[in-house]
Design a protein around this ligand. Structure first.
Ligand code: ADP
Ligand code: ZN
Length: 434
């Protein structure tokens, strides 16, 4: 179901005109209310009146995570603080948090983005949505909550963790859709099996999963373990939270809610825009945001804009499933590797679980980077017999070599020995002191 056909299926020329009007208004607003932006624009020699068409967005300077940290806590506010009704902060990374402050209108836009997202996965007001994203400063929990309220669905605000209770509520309240990170969806399925719960007998039809990179292979596993459709959803704290982009029934690429969040793809090195269809870093401008608007925010997420129109009827542009983040990319002996590539290769190998850890060390003598891949052997496959394990190790090595083009040291670890996550999974341990 399409939640908001007026905006999601808008004639493309009208959409561009709307985006331009909103962009122009945004640039004027921030120039006049946020000293940080006035200074930034002055330094770049750009005036709000220089924005004469949508393409002029490329004249504007970028905003980075460092800018957000430097202006903590309220340095980017574009409205009086009395108009702020909610705040959130980035979860994972260490150091000074980045803050997102929302006016009532911002919360409404967020709910709108999430209502479209849940509808994209087939949810309606008749459904019960079990929200297993963490509640709190993290945007996952509250974002889904606001969207489910707008949709008029029944929302179960269980938050992440407590898998036994998750399964109990899924059964007793006949949840139709759940939301969480893909790694927690995998973990719940694994736990259910151990507890003897047949998740396929539940009333679930779909899940909206995101907040961390995952692969097509992982999607297939989740869909078959649960007997549901699993949809990829995207967002980030800086740009409001989840609901920025979501998959429709085509399950190929995520529609960007681009009447609210304007996307561009740039070459992260040259910082120049790349044509649609070419891979690069996603940059987003929050064209309707009031509380803490961002101009050309560098997400560090790698994707491309899908150029073919979507069969679902939405006219909003789609971004491809994320390839990873520029700062998560490992350069091993000069080869660029994203953890999700490793995951995608692992799911095709019999006898191992897509539970893995990449440990990177720098050899003290040779000064070369050495990556060791820890892979969990499935319970059925696990034996004390060295020959079988050795053969499995060689298989993994050669698959990695052919799919990624690098030799990785592989270490097989016992079933269930890699730490499970109810939120974002940690896949890389980098011991290099860079
Ligand atoms: P942080 O993890 O920095 O604390 P967030 O919780 O806001 O902050 O995480 C946002 C980031 O999570 C995005 O920039 C992106 O890298 C990642 N992410 C979110 N959704 C997806 C998705 N569907 N696929 C891959 N990565 C995602
Ligand atoms: Zn579509």
């Amino acid at each position: 179901m399409i939640w908001n056909p007026e905006h999601e299926c808008m004639n493309v020329d009208s959409l561009r005109a709307l985006q331009f009007a909103r962009l122009k208004n945004l640039v004027e607003r921030v120039y006049n209310t946020v000293p940080f932006y006035k200074e930034k624009l002055d330094k770049a020699g750009v005036k709000p009146s220089d924005i004469k068409c949508l393409a002029d967005i490329s004249k504007l300077p970028f905003t980075t995570k460092t800018d957000l940290r430097d202006t903590y806590p309220y340095g980017l506010l574009a409205v009086p603080q009395s108009e702020i009704v909610e705040i959130h902060m980035s979860s994972g990374t260490t150091g000074t948090p980045v803050v997102d402050a929302y006016t009532a209108k911002d919360l409404d836009d967020w709910a709108e983005g999430m209502a479209r997202t849940l509808s994209g996965a087939g949810a309606t007001h008749n459904d019960t949505i079990q929200n297993a994203y963490g509640y709190g400063l993290f945007t996952g929990g509250m974002g889904v909550h606001h969207g489910a309220r707008k949709l008029g669905a029944t929302v179960i605000p269980i938050s992440s963790g407590n898998t036994q209770k998750q399964l109990m509520l899924m059964r007793d309240f006949k949840s139709n859709l759940f939301t969480c990170t893909p790694s927690y969806a995998m973990y719940m399925a694994e736990q259910a099996k151990e507890m003897g719960v047949d998740v396929k007998k539940l009333s679930l039809r779909a899940a909206c999963l995101g907040a961390e990179p995952w692969s097509e292979g992982m999607r297939n596993q989740i869909e078959s373990a649960w007997g549901i459709k699993a949809y990829d959803i995207y967002g980030l704290t800086e740009i409001t939270g989840p609901g920025v982009a979501f998959e429709c029934e085509a399950q190929y690429g995520m529609h960007v809610n681009e009447d609210l969040w304007f996307p561009e793809i740039i070459d992260p090195e040259t910082e120049q825009p790349v044509p649609d269809g070419e891979k690069g870093e996603l940059v987003i401008t929050t064209i309707t945001k009031e509380g803490t608007p961002l101009i050309r925010y560098r997400t560090r997420d790698i994707t491309f804009i899908i150029t073919e129109p979507c069969a679902c009827g939405r006219t909003t542009r789609k971004i491809h499933r994320l390839f990873g983040r520029t700062d998560d990319m490992l350069i091993i002996r000069g080869v660029n590797v994203f953890p999700s590539q490793i995951e995608n290769a692992l799911v095709d190998i019999q006898g191992v679980e897509p539970n893995y850890l990449i440990v990177v060390n720098r050899n003290e003598e040779t000064h070369l980077d050495e990556a060791e891949l820890h892979v969990e052997v499935s319970a059925e496959q696990f034996t004390d017999e060295t020959k079988g394990m050795e053969a499995l190790r060689n298989t993994i090595s050669s698959v990695m070599k052919s799919k990624l083009g690098i030799m990785l040291k592989v270490k097989l670890v016992e079933p269930k020995s890699i730490e499970r996550s109810t939120g974002k999974a940690k896949r890389v341990i980098d011991n290099r002191k860079l």
